[in-house]
Design a protein around this ligand. Structure first.
Ligand code: URA
Length: 236
């Protein structure tokens, strides 16, 4: 990487991971620098290639979650998938393994995807609103969301999915910039930066609330029908 670009990335707390491995431990790194204005950082992330983004996320020190995470959780699946699944934030298992949705909720997500003929590696790209685990799985804070949002926005731009499914209230509200209830957001086609988005329950919620599994199935059928319409519109 060109040294000027590397210096700029480092100043903004976006040090590529290969550089971090050769330098000081993450916990000693500054969380922000004086030049790290949100607009400049966002503009830089908005121009990143897939490679640069996948190196910047594991090295990110833009919020205090970098001090408690084991590792950042970037995303998994087909980087050119038609479907993108977006969750809230890594839990303990995801933090340990570096992959989104690998715990109990993740196994349910895999089953939900399989029910509509989708495989996590082949047909979808899975990411979270937050790339680092909030300690004790507490709710993400506004500052953490704001710092992490440009990464997800760029992931969506690079994947260019036909359809996004937001898993759960937190992801839906964050992506849609809305305080609406999940009940009122379900069953509609929304929009995230020009990409159609639909909302369903978070698999962790479904593990606790079996009664809503039937509603989640309705959402998946709606998603499948929406994808058919989108594909048909493309070829018309
Ligand atoms: N819950 C999420 O929202 N994302 C994960 O990756 C794991 C659990």
């Amino acid at each position: 990487m060109n040294p000027r670009r590397l210096a700029m990335l480092e100043e903004m707390g976006l040090t590529p991971v290969w550089r971090l491995r050769a330098a000081a431990p993450v916990s000693d790194a500054p969380v922000t620098t004086s030049d790290d204005t949100p607009d400049a950082r966002e503009a830089l992330i908005a121009r990143m290639s897939w490679q640069e983004l996948s190196e910047a996320v594991p090295g990110c020190t833009a919020c205090s979650l970098c001090k408690t995470r084991k590792q950042a959780v970037y995303g998994v699946g087909n980087a050119k998938a038609d479907w993108m699944i977006i969750g809230e934030a890594p839990g303990a298992e995801e933090d340990a393994r570096g992959e989104p949705f690998v715990g109990q909720a993740g196994r349910l997500l895999d089953n939900m995807l399989a029910a509509i003929g989708l495989d996590r590696q082949q047909h979808v790209y899975i990411a979270n609103v937050l790339k680092c685990r909030p300690p004790g799985n507490r709710n993400p804070e506004a500052e953490e969301i704001a710092r992490c949002a440009p990464f997800l926005a760029r992931q969506v731009e690079l994947v260019q999915p036909k359809l996004i499914i937001a898993m759960g209230r937190f992801a839906a509200q964050t992506l849609l910039g809305s305080g609406a209830s999940i009940a009122s957001m379900r069953g509609k086609r929304h929009d995230y930066n020009g990409v159609p988005l639909i909302v369903t329950y978070h698999p962790a919620y479904l593990l606790r609330t079996l009664a809503d599994k039937a509603r989640a199935w309705e959402d998946l059928c709606f998603a499948r029908a929406t994808m058919k319409e989108l594909c048909a519109a493309e070829t018309a």
